[in-house]
Ligand binder design. Sequence first.
Ligand code: NI
Length: 173
Amino acid sequence: MAILPIVKYPDPRLRLKSEAVEDFNDDLKSLAQDMSETMLDAPGAGLAAPQVGRNIRMIVIAGADNDEDFDDRCLVLVNPQITWSAGEQTYDEGCLSVTDLNEKVIRAQEIEVKAQDLDGKPFNLSADGRRAVILQHEIDHLDGVLFLDHISQLKRDIYKRKMKKMQKEDSDE
Ligand code: NI
């Protein structure tokens, strides 16, 4: 088990489309363990493999059950796909890869997801509310999409300028 470094925006690796997982081997299981530990340590409610520099289609989310009080159990989804969605909700999102930003994002209220577990066994999952938001956010990461892409151009530009300024200040020190 290990806490992995989190890849931060604007690292181009966050923009890659991740590859489907085909080998359900021990490396995959140990990566899932490390991702869970990294997420809980951060702490965060979800983490996608590209956020730890691995461009494969795997995410972990906090809480094994679909309820509001997340515990420290984690659910691993390999090759997740949203198969159905309905409704709309607005939720204040942040991301472990996007420092110092929380913004409201509009997403589906309810979703159904199909995925595989760490042994490659398929399963389906229904989610609504916050859990549906987290799943949509993490699955987006697998296609190189960040929650930043769902906010207004103006807010995005303000954030980009702020990040450039912070990077410049860091390099001036
Ligand atoms: Ni994120």
